[in-house]
Design a protein around this ligand. Structure first.
Ligand SMILES: [Fe+2]
Ligand SMILES: [Fe+2]
Length: 149
């Protein structure tokens, strides 16, 4: 597919995933708390990469005024995100609660790198809620408008 998840976002997901895997191997309460985060985060990331993030790869082309052919797939993705938005936000709440426990455990065990990780992942979820999810949904609305002309 010509249009895919923007590389910056793909790398951010990979980096967060890698750090979380490290945390699950850190031993003690940190590892235990990290495993709870991973259990909630993994299926969530898969869904995002399936339908929330790929439409964002269209942004540069759309901003140049181009609507490339074959947009039906992206419209399906943005519709899926729109329908599942409440569920996605709820998953963020579960992830944030688990991150709170991970931050507490990391502080207690003086593993400050994992405290910073929890801050990074928290901010990632916030960026998605404030910018990325709405942008992806808006792309769908835009494609609908363009398609009806
Ligand atoms: Fe994400
Ligand atoms: Fe997310």
């Amino acid at each position: 597919m010509e249009f895919m998840i923007p590389k910056s976002l793909k790398l951010e997901h990979e980096e967060l995933h890698t750090e979380l895997v490290e945390a699950t191997k850190a031993g003690g309460q940190v590892a235990e708390a990290a495993r709870v985060v991973a259990k909630a985060l993994h299926p969530h990331f898969i869904k995002e990469e399936e339908y929330a993030l790929p439409p964002l790869g269209l942004l540069p082309a759309l901003a140049e005024g181009r609507v490339p052919p074959g947009m039906a797939d992206f419209l399906r993705m943005t519709n899926r995100l729109k329908v599942n938005l409440g569920q996605m936000l709820q998953e963020h709440q579960v992830i944030l609660a688990a991150l709170g426990n991970l931050a507490d455990a990391a502080k207690k065990e003086n593993q400050m790198a994992y405290v910073r990780f929890t801050e990074k992942l928290t901010q990632h979820a916030q960026t998605e809620e404030e910018v990325l999810y709405p942008a992806a949904i808006l792309i769908g609305e835009y494609l609908k408008l363009k398609g009806s002309k």
